[in-house]
Design a protein around this ligand. Structure first.
Ligand SMILES: C[S@@+](CC[C@H](N)C(=O)[O-])C[C@H]1O[C@@H](n2cnc3c(N)ncnc32)[C@H](O)[C@@H]1O
Length: 494
């Protein structure tokens, strides 16, 4: 997994504040617990209540949807169909929120910034039900009005009028009304129709060589819930046995991956006992590619410069155990360094909780001290939007300059840490050209060491389609079913 933003401990995503103006503390507590307000009727059914709490926490508290929703479902004791419905509503609403807001604004006759947050989030969930689910319109309207009555009591009449207006047209009619025409501005049109901010559509289009049709395929794929991928740790479990145990199927490309339809992978004995872990297939492929690059001479000192929370270190460490190598895993955030420690129990991995840019200054990170180095750099995460429904609206173009500076500095550190003849894999879970090609070219130029680009395509499993002209590789959700991982492999020549 490439986890770029979950820098806070689990559990901190829980709603913290009361719901909004005009809302008493008792009502707030009742609404959050899913219980009926004293003396009143239930605010809405538990699944919708759970989805409302999750969406509100994401917008109000900057919570992460996956963390906060699982906590809410557990607190409310929701399972099975209720939990699945709450999840669909939460994730679907968060993915589509930019477009839902345009429709709500058109229906309300005012910008959504002028609607109180609790009513706004309830309307977002209501609009999603009307336009994207099979929920009958009358149920979506009534349940939303009930929800608004419990979280923003003064706004229920307004919500009723807005919901009825939205229900008066279907999705295509609304999109025609709120999206710019494709012929006038294709990027702006696709952004609204496929629920992505324009700057992200533009970045995808550029990375896909200006191919609008391919970009549409990617945008559509980004809105699908992804399958869960497992990694069968080499030497610990065979993927066929893992597939039998989990009810999954061996993957198309990674020799270690198993696809699951869903379920709770954390309950599998193989995961609990460290024989397997959850990891996107693309992450497995790029980590394995580093180890497939030929190096001459010593090949026992491997470095993972950005290791937390430890997905790739787990795979690399398992292979190191089979090949007699040792892995140094660097992670600057202390709690994430602890996660790397937990993820690599029993493997030949030493975790260093330090800044990867201290190569040459930290005695454990000597210059020219390693045969292979992985830089899985912190990035915008635009390649894993399927897995993080709120991320596309939270990320901003202003995030790019500090991130690309850090990426460049980490790549320079990696090129100094590798010995001449050794290899560095630079990886991001973002296809943004500024984080991929530009960073690699600039980092290599500024490092002061001589490098050659290694063609990364033969380092991936034979027969993988859609790998482009090399030497770098960009994986894609719509082509490979993986996150959009970027991989550049550089050999130090002097
Ligand atoms: C993309 S994530 C790595 C994911 C990881 N390789 C995996 O597969 O689980 C990037 C990581 O780099 C860490 N990081 C950020 N700046 C760093 C630095 N200067 N030195 C070392 N690690 C850093 C972040 O805390 C984050 O955990």
């Amino acid at each position: 997994m490439t986890d770029h933003r979950a820098d806070r401990p689990h559990g901190s995503g829980r709603p913290r504040r009361s719901g909004g103006p005009g809302q008493g503390r008792g009502q707030d507590r009742d609404a959050r617990s899913g219980r009926a307000p004293r003396g009143g009727r239930p605010p809405s059914d538990p699944a919708r209540q759970a989805a409302y709490e999750a969406v509100a926490a994401v917008h109000r508290d900057d919570a992460y949807a996956n963390l906060v929703l699982s906590e809410i479902l557990r607190d409310m004791g929701l399972h099975g169909r209720d939990a699945a419905f709450a999840t669909e509503l939460t994730y679907g609403t968060l993915r589509a929120v930019g477009t839902l807001d345009l429709i709500i604004a058109a229906a309300a006759g005012r910008d959504v910034s002028r609607i109180d947050p609790p009513a706004r989030d309830a309307l977002r969930l209501g609009a999603y039900q009307l336009l994207h689910t099979r929920v009958p319109a009358h149920a979506a309207v009534n349940q939303t009005v009930d929800l608004v009555r419990s979280v923003a009591p003064g706004a229920s009449g307004f919500a009723n009028a807005v919901m009825r207006e939205i229900a008066s047209k279907d999705l295509d009619t609304w999109l025609e009304q709120v999206a710019p025409a494709y012929d006038d501005d294709p990027v702006a049109h696709l952004a609204v129709v496929h629920h992505h901010p324009q700057w992200i559509v533009r970045a995808f289009l550029e990375a896909l060589g200006g191919d609008l049709e391919d970009t549409v395929r990617l945008l559509i794929e980004d809105n699908q819930p992804p399958a869960v991928h497992l990694c069968a740790r080499p030497g610990r479990i065979d993927p066929v046995d893992l597939a039998d145990e989990s009810g999954g199927v061996p993957a198309a490309f990674s020799p270690y991956a198993v696809y699951l339809d869903g379920g709770a992978p954390g309950d599998l004995a193989s995961i609990r006992q460290g024989r397997a872990h959850v990891q996107d297939e693309g992450s497995q492929l790029v980590a394995a590619a580093l180890l497939a690059a030929p190096v001459e001479g010593s090949d026992t000192r491997w470095l993972d410069l950005c290791a937390g929370p430890g997905g790739k270190t787990g795979l690399i460490g398992s292979i190191a155990a089979l090949r007699g190598a040792e892995v140094t895993a660097v992670e600057v955030a202390e709690h994430r360094a602890r996660l790397v420690d937990q993820a690599t129990t029993g493997l030949p991995v030493t975790v260093l909780p330090t800044d990867g840019r201290t190569v040459g200054r930290d005695p454990d990170l000597p210059e020219e001290g390693f045969d292979r180095v992985l830089v899985d750099a912190p990035c915008t995460g635009l390649g894993s939007l399927r897995r993080r429904p709120e991320a596309r609206w939270r990320r901003q173009p202003a995030d790019l300059p500090p991130l690309t500076r850090l990426q460049r500095e980490l790549l320079v550190a990696a090129l100094r840490a590798v010995r001449p003849g050794g290899v560095v894999a630079y990886v991001t879970c973002s296809p943004h050209m500024v984080e991929t090609q530009v960073t690699v070219t600039e980092g290599a130029r500024r490092s002061g060491v001589e490098v050659d680009f290694v063609d990364a395509r033969p380092l991936l499993p034979p027969g993988m389609p859609g790998l482009g002209d090399g030497p770098t590789v960009q994986l894609w959700p719509h082509r490979h079913g993986t996150d959009a991982m970027f991989l550049a492999v550089l050999r130090r020549t002097s």
